[in-house]
Design a protein around this ligand. Structure first.
Ligand SMILES: [Mg+2]
Length: 155
């Protein structure tokens, strides 16, 4: 079922925050005493931010790119998320941020992968499709998370 949906998709939109990555102010991260030492730090508006790559995030993007045009569709700000994509070296250039909802190409043959049902419903309206693959949001502490690997295996 899932595989067929993906085979017919012209475009696959993938959410960023909590789906592929987790970003936060460095100060907040330090207050958490986390064991995750894989974060990438970057400067943003005179603050330091840290961002983490979810296990199998790059693999999912590369897998989707083999099946259809693949774009990030995030509710975060375009410029900030561009920086996240760059510091984590995510293999994708196409990006729509919260200021780009009106620019998203309308296509019924699209699929959205997202962790947040409420934000996803806004994105689906912008895209003009109802096809949503909901994934569990990622807690950046969970280094053994296999949610994206499980999805790759299904598609
Ligand atoms: Mg999200």
């Amino acid at each position: 079922m899932l595989f067929k949906e993906f085979m017919n998709a012209h475009t696959i939109f993938v959410d960023l925050d909590d789906t592929l990555v987790k970003s936060m102010p460095l100060e907040y991260f330090r207050s958490k005493n986390s064991q995750n030492a894989n974060g990438k730090i970057f400067d943003w508006n005179n603050t330091k931010q840290i961002t983490f790559l979810r296990p199998y995030a790059k693999e999912l993007i590369n897998h989707c790119k083999k099946l259809a045009d693949t774009c990030i569709f995030t509710h975060g700000h375009n410029h900030f998320q561009k920086e996240v994509i760059s510091v984590l070296n995510l293999p994708i250039k196409c990006l729509y941020g919260r200021e780009d909802y009106h620019k998203v190409p309308k296509t019924r043959n699209a699929i959205l992968i997202d962790d947040d049902p409420q934000i996803a419903s806004q994105k689906l309206k912008a895209i003009g499709t109802e096809k949503l693959i909901l994934v569990k949001p990622w807690n950046f502490e969970d280094l053994d998370d296999t949610e994206l690997l499980d999805l790759i295996k299904k598609i």
